[in-house]
Design a protein around this ligand. Structure first.
Ligand SMILES: [Zn+2]
Length: 287
């Protein structure tokens, strides 16, 4: 599943390769990826043909490409979505769902949305060029220059939920997926079930700093997805090559203390942590 750094790689690729292009034709090959568009496939295509694409933007794992009329194409890659910029005669991908023929700045190119599992999708957001209203409730992510560190730490420390759950709460901070949460917690020596209101301000800041570092390191490597399906906007694999300390390392020795890393069930997924460096919180005394 693409995590935020992969989505940022795709955003940057779109910005580089399709900004200024005009949409000459839209072919929707499967209805499901445009299911969130009220007008269906025909309405989706009609809203886009002739429009010019401006520089792609991102909020958490959502991408949008503002259009010259103030609307936007809003997209989410879901579990397996890819956006590829291809020459029109490139072989059709097995899971190609939507293709956009481009003219102008990207003359002779196609933008292709490929998605095997189709949890992702595209829609046209009316008036969504600056920020699509559909995603206005999603918090900024730690890589966003306008992210407010102090406000985040203050809100984190008012919550009684476990800190891992808080890191994955899109209303508090977006884009910190399961992998990056586990890595940031390992670096901070914090157990994911430590309640937010039991963190000091310094611990909150440190955790945020580690989350940002992990994500920036992943970004520098072109993303860290485990999903072999993931490729970036040019079809080049961003397949992982990285140094994870916790995630996916069950029973391997902790890089800090040698204790075997443990795996625990967490919201239909797994959490990985070092039981020595990241001790479980003591139970809250009942009042
Ligand atoms: Zn350890």
């Amino acid at each position: 599943m693409p995590e935020l750094p992969e989505v940022e790689v795709v955003r940057a690729g779109l910005e580089r390769h399709v900004t200024g292009a005009r949409i000459a034709r839209v072919d929707v090959l499967h209805d499901r990826p445009v299911r969130r568009h009220p007008g269906g496939p025909a309405g989706f295509a009609a809203a886009l043909v002739g429009r010019q694409l401006l520089a792609a933007r991102r909020r958490g794992k959502y991408l949008w490409v503002p259009l010259d009329n103030g609307d936007a194409v809003l997209g989410h890659l879901g579990m397996s979505g890819q956006l590829l910029v291809q020459p029109p005669d490139a072989p059709v991908e097995r899971h190609l769902r939507v293709r956009f023929a481009l003219e102008g700045a990207a003359e002779g190119r196609e933008l292709r949305f490929v998605d095997q599992r189709m949890f992702g999708g595209l829609s046209v957001s009316p008036g969504g060029a600056d920020l699509p209203p559909e995603i206005a409730h999603i918090a900024r992510d730690p890589l966003d220059p306008e992210f407010d560190d102090d406000a985040f730490v203050t809100r984190l420390r008012k919550r009684t939920s476990g800190v891992k759950r808080l890191l994955l709460d899109q209303g508090l901070v977006s884009g910190v997926g399961n992998i990056y949460a586990d890595e940031a917690l390992w670096r901070s020596r914090l157990h994911g079930e430590r309640p937010g209101d039991r963190l000091t301000r310094a611990q909150g800041r440190e955790l945020l700093g580690h989350a940002r570092d992990v994500m920036n390191e992943a970004l520098a490597q072109g993303g860290t997805s485990f999903d072999a399906l993931y490729v970036n906007v040019n079809g080049e694999s961003g397949y992982f090559d990285r140094s994870l300390h916790a995630y996916g390392r069950e029973d391997e020795p902790c890089d800090r203390c040698g204790t075997p890393i443990r795996r625990a069930a967490f919201m239909n997924r797994s959490s990985y942590y070092c039981p020595a460096c990241q001790p479980a919180p003591r139970r809250r005394r009942s009042v």
